[in-house]
Design a protein around this ligand. Structure first.
Ligand code: G3H
Length: 490
């Protein structure tokens, strides 16, 4: 557990270590200790940087210049070794972040599929782009080339999948990578260190563990990071970007916060809208950047909507991640229940009520979902990304009210519209696509299928991640142009 990978070798850390506790409390109410990870220092951060820079810049025919087929082979080898570790990684994922066993397995399998689909996408991308083009007597061979040293970090809610949605495309396009796993969901990367070491050339993959501030600030300040791939909070992303002495030389691939809204129109199929809004706002405790984080329900139907919505929420099973059909599980962030309680108290002090049974009840690291109604602009929960099991609901009379919300919001990832009036919906789509990057009709917001472009506007994203788009995000089109001078002589 105290190992890290730099310059092609797995090193044993003798310095300070950080204890890792599971959010899961067993009978005595105490959180279970899962292990430790190394608290690396600036020295190791610089070693990782030197190692990645050497691997990227030196040696003809090495990783960045290797044939695409050879890089694909390396990624396939890694995937094969990764699959052998499925049970161990899934188990750690479940214990570290409290994600249900079923969803932890899904996360692992989705990641493997993502890698396989990325390989297929690259084969096609490369075929298209390596053709010779002849124009005005110039023969051009165009191809995709890597960008350089890439720093990758994923979030705690998808610590495997979302780390790999940047790491794998960055690697397969020929970049050298330094990656730091998130604070929650850190141990699950340990079983994969040997697979990284044995599948990729020395220095192409380097792992750092410890405080982001201590390790990553000097890396960014060095000005030698070419790509920042970060999935998490917009505040952290912009701090990191600002550390770079020449921000113009940095490519940022960012997937950040969101406050996705659902709009339930008066003619919506209520059963569909309720089902989609419940899972959309509460699966994995609402800890998804794509979760529905505010619901606008037309005033004509709000009574029936609330009745059906609350009945569904009250029937949600909470329990241990390994329990069958469990949806509400322990929250990994230690101060999360305090933050959520503060949001609820703020809303109730300004006129909202908790309208479902036991809403907001806290037990150890659990919080039972709180449905808040009626919410208004003066409440913090109207603006902040709660990223937890709290569902704010408002009524609207005129469609311009939710539209106004979208325009004023700092975020611009997705929106869901529930309704059946296609003319009305068509008008809404036209204006919403200028505020968000995905409009879902009669469906909750989500990232997948992973072949779809995943991005956002405003503070929600920069660049696009998906099976195909990520290959473009981590590469540049380069070319060799050869002039045919013999034509001129004739
Ligand atoms: O947290 C953000 C994730 O990208 C959400 O992905 O919609 O598949 O749960 P998901």
């Amino acid at each position: 557990q105290d190992e890290y990978l730099i310059d092609g070798s797995i090193k044993h850390w003798k310095g300070q270590k950080q204890d890792v506790y599971s959010p899961i409390c067993l009978k005595d109410g105490k959180q279970v200790k899962l292990g430790t990870y190394p608290k690396l220092t600036q020295n190791e951060a610089h070693q990782a940087l030197d190692s990645a820079m050497n691997a990227y810049n030196h040696g003809m025919g090495q990783w960045p210049q290797m044939k695409v087929e050879e890089r694909i082979k390396a990624v396939e080898k890694f995937t094969f070794k990764m699959i052998e570790k499925r049970e161990e990684v899934v188990n750690l994922l479940m214990w570290e972040i409290g994600k249900s066993l079923k969803d932890s397995q899904k996360e692992f399998d989705r990641t493997v599929d993502y890698i396989k689909d990325t390989i297929e996408a690259l084969k096609n991308l490369d075929r298209k782009n390596s053709q010779l083009e002849i124009e005005s007597g110039i023969l051009a061979q165009v191809k995709r080339s890597p960008l350089g040293v890439t720093l990758c970090m994923g979030p705690f809610n998808y610590p495997l999948n979302e780390t790999f949605t940047t790491l794998i495309p960055a690697l397969i396009m020929g970049n050298a990578v330094i990656f730091k796993p998130p604070k929650f969901g850190v141990l699950l990367h340990r079983p994969l260190l040997e697979a990284f070491r044995d599948s990729f050339p020395k220095g192409i993959v380097n792992t750092l563990y410890g405080s982001g501030e201590e390790l990553l600030t000097p890396l960014m300040k060095s000005g030698k990071i070419d790509v920042l791939a970060f999935i998490g909070s917009s505040k952290v992303a912009s701090t990191m970007e600002h550390h770079h002495p020449k921000p113009n030389r940095l490519r940022s691939v960012l997937s950040l916060e969101a406050k996705n809204a659902a709009i339930v129109m008066p003619d919506a199929n209520l059963e569909v809208a309720v089902n989609e809004c419940v899972t959309g706002s509460l699966s994995y405790n609402g800890q998804r950047c794509t979760a529905l984080k505010i619901l606008f329900v037309h005033e004509n139907i709000v009574g029936s909507f609330l009745e059906q919505f609350n009945a569904k929420v009250d029937a949600i099973k909470y329990g241990m991640p390994w329990d069958k059909d469990v949806q509400i599980t322990p929250l990994p962030e230690s101060n999360k229940t305090t933050y959520l309680k503060d949001l609820i108290d703020d809303a109730t002090s300004k006129g909202a009520k908790i309208v479902n049974k036991d809403g907001g009840t806290i037990k150890n690291t659990f919080m039972f979902p709180a449905v808040l109604y009626p919410v208004n602009k003066d409440m913090k929960v109207y603006h902040e990304e709660q990223f937890g099991p709290v569902v704010p609901i408002l009524t609207y009379k005129d469609i311009h009210e939710p539209m106004q919300y979208l325009m004023e919001s700092n975020y611009g990832q997705q929106v869901s519209i529930f309704g059946n009036n296609s003319d009305e919906i068509a008008k809404m789509i036209d204006s919403f696509v200028n505020q968000v990057s995905r409009v879902n009709i009669n469906a909750q917001c989500q990232r997948g299928p992973d072949i779809f472009p995943f991005t956002g506007r405003k503070d929600s994203a920069q660049s696009t991640l998906s099976v195909g788009d990520a290959l473009r995000a981590f590469s540049i089109r380069s070319m060799v142009a050869i002039k045919n001078n013999s034509e001129n002589k004739e």
